[in-house]
Design a protein around this ligand. Structure first.
Ligand code: ATP
Ligand code: ZN
Length: 290
C-alpha cells in the first residue's frame, strides 16, 4: 500500500469497541474534535490538522507500519501480538488490562511447568508462544478469536490466555487467573519514517497529549484561612512550585490557592479544616502548560 502523502497527520483508531470512545475522549481533551459518522471509515476533525481512519484494532499496527496512517491509538497487547515495525511513542493510561493465563477453578496450578502437554486457547498466539518457549514448556496453542473463556468448558482447551481487567468474566466461567504474562494499556504508536512536516505535527500533538496526561487527576484548590495557619497549610499544600498566598481584605485572614492531586485532597481536607481553613473550593483544571 502506498504511504499517504496528505499534509494532515493521519491517525487510525478503533472503529467500535472498548478503545473507540476512550480514544475519541482523549482527542477531545487534547482540543481535537473528531467528526463522527457511523458510515464513514475516514473523517476529519476540528482543532488540529488531523484526519482519522476507523478500523478493527488488530489492523491498526499494519496501517501504521505500511504508511496508510501516520499514527494510531491501540492496546499495547495488540502491538506486541502483531509485532510490526512501528514505534510506541506514548503510553496513554487508559484501557488498562493484563494478558493472563487462567485455568479451571479446580486445576492445581503451581507454575508454568504445569502447562506441559496441555492445550491453551487464546487470541494472542504469538505472545503466548513466546512466553511458552521462554519457559521451555511444550504446550499446544489453539487460536480462537473471541469468547476464549468458554474453551475449557466445552473441552476445546485445558486452559486459556486472555485479557483480564476485573476478572469477573473468568469467575463467571469457572476459571481463575494464575499468571500475568503482559500488562497492557492504550498507547500512541507512530510510523518510523515520517517526513519533517508530519514529524512537527506529531510533536505538537504529543505536546498536547502530554499536557493532558499531566493534568489528569489534578485539581485546583482555593481556600481561606487564618494567616497564623498559613505555614502549616503550606506544608499540606505544596503546589507545583509553591502555593499562592494572598491577604484577604479581612484582617488576619489569607487566601491560599494550589494545584493538588484529587486523591491527596481527600486525605488532607480534615487537617485543613483543623487548621481553620474555610470556604474550600476544588476546581477542575482545563489545561496546564509547565
Ligand atoms: P475489534 O472489533 O476492533 O477487533 P476487539 O473485540 O478485538 O475489537 P475490544 O474488546 O474492543 O477488542 O478491546 C479492544 C482493546 O481494549 C483490547 O485490545 C485491550 O487493549 C483493551 N481491553 C480489552 N479487554 C479489556 C478489559 N477487560 N478492560 C480494559 N481494557 C480492555
Ligand atoms: Zn480485535
Amino acid at each position: 500500500m502506498s504511504k499517504n502523502t496528505n499534509k494532515n497527520l493521519r491517525c487510525v483508531i478503533q472503529k467500535s469497541g472498548r478503545l473507540n470512545e476512550a480514544s475519541i475522549n482523549l482527542l477531545r481533551n487534547c482540543g481535537v474534535q473528531v467528526e463522527l459518522s457511523s458510515r464513514k471509515l475516514k473523517t476529519g476533525c476540528n482543532g488540529f490538522p488531523m484526519e482519522f481512519l476507523f478500523v478493527r484494532d488488530d489492523d491498526i499496527p499494519s496501517y501504521v507500519e505500511n504508511g496508510a496512517a501516520d499514527i494510531g491509538i491501540v492496546g499495547e497487547n495488540v502491538v506486541v501480538e502483531e509485532n510490526k515495525d512501528i514505534e510506541i511513542i506514548q503510553r496513554l493510561g487508559f484501557s488498562k488490562c493484563r494478558l493472563s493465563i487462567a485455568v479451571p477453578r479446580d486445576f492445581d496450578y503451581r507454575g508454568v511447568e504445569d502447562l506441559q502437554n496441555k492445550t491453551i486457547a487464546t487470541s494472542y498466539p504469538h505472545v503466548v508462544e513466546q512466553f511458552l518457549s521462554e519457559n521451555n514448556v511444550d504446550c499446544t496453542v489453539s487460536t480462537i478469536n473471541g469468547s476464549v473463556e468458554i474453551a475449557p468448558n466445552i473441552e476445546l482447551a485445558d486452559v486459556i490466555c486472555d485479557l483480564v481487567s476485573t476478572g469477573s468474566t473468568l469467575v463467571a466461567n469457572g476459571l481463575k487467573e494464575v499468571q500475568v504474562i503482559l500488562n497492557s494499556e492504550a498507547v500512541l504508536v507512530a510510523r518510523k519514517d515520517l517526513d519533517i512536516g508530519k514529524e512537527r505535527l506529531l510533536d505538537d500533538f504529543l505536546f498536547r497529549v502530554q499536557s493532558y496526561l499531566r493534568i489528569k487527576g489534578y485539581r485546583y484548590v482555593m481556600l481561606n484561612a487564618p494567616t497564623e495557619s498559613i505555614e502549616s497549610i503550606k506544608d499540606l499544600l505544596p503546589g507545583i512550585k509553591s502555593p499562592t498566598v494572598m491577604p484577604l481584605s479581612m484582617y488576619g485572614w489569607s487566601a491560599v490557592q494550589a494545584v493538588i492531586k484529587e486523591n491527596i485532597f481527600w486525605k488532607i481536607v480534615d487537617d485543613l479544616k483543623k487548621l481553620g481553613a474555610e470556604d474550600i473550593l476544588l476546581l477542575p483544571i482545563e489545561k496546564m502548560v509547565l
